[in-house]
Design a protein around this ligand. Sequence first.
Ligand SMILES: Nc1ncnc2c1ncn2[C@@H]1O[C@H](COP(=O)(O)OP(=O)(O)OP(=O)(O)O)[C@@H](O)[C@H]1O
Ligand SMILES: [Mg+2]
Length: 242
Amino acid sequence: MNSGPPIINLKDINFSHPGGKAVLNHLDFKFYNGDRMGLVAPNGSGKTTLFHLIMGLNKPTSGDMELFGKTVTTAKDFEEVRRRIGLLFQDPDDQLFSPTVIEDVAFGPLNLGKSKEKAQNIARRTLANLGLEGFEDRITFKLSGGEKRLVSLATVLAMEPDVLLLDEPLTGLDSDTSSKIVEIISNLDQSYIIISHDIDFLLYTTNQICSIKHGQIIFEDESQIHVHRHVHPHGRYPHKHG
Ligand SMILES: Nc1ncnc2c1ncn2[C@@H]1O[C@H](COP(=O)(O)OP(=O)(O)OP(=O)(O)O)[C@@H](O)[C@H]1O
Ligand SMILES: [Mg+2]
């Protein structure tokens, strides 16, 4: 399944927000090409903080970060990382900044050096895949919460990154839209880490689930995962098996 050296390798990472208590505490974490990982942990345990560290949006207090085999420290190092890792922010308002939807979704491909026409084509195709045909000229800040989340996902997918970090991708989505997004995610070719509180969703889309405890990554033991063995789409809704 996974192969080669880790593409994300965090070694003995410590992190606290300015003036705050330790969030990540001697954290070690390895992620390999081909991994599809779920991350489920209580509110405030440091999940979003971990994603922001990997993207260079938070700086560790101490420890080493190796991404794609290279030690990363400077802003320039992280420019390269952000081309290869796409982050879906927990709050879509942190993701979207252009006046219109098409500008936001085309921004990434344009930034990667694609022509305007090509970037717009990618943006249109990505929007269509997410059921957002006709949204191209909508004003971004006037979208509903769920629509903003879908457009945010489009901005990430349009860049075709090697790795996706998805911070609670289903939050605020209705059940039909959630089911559609679950299918889209499960059919992705890329490696990814998904933060969610929805275990059924994670069991369907990932092949390992970890948590954060006392600022460290821990892997859930088999007996806990066992309970949810009859995993399938829509599993989080009350249902009976025939
Ligand atoms: N900018 C900040 N300044 C100070 N403290 C912060 C900041 N951002 C987060 N924190 C604190 O850091 C801790 C970890 O926050 P983080 O957002 O990583 O949690 P989380 O696991 O993603 O939680 P949730 O499930 O609620 O999204 C929390 O105690 C939070 O209050
Ligand atoms: Mg969070």
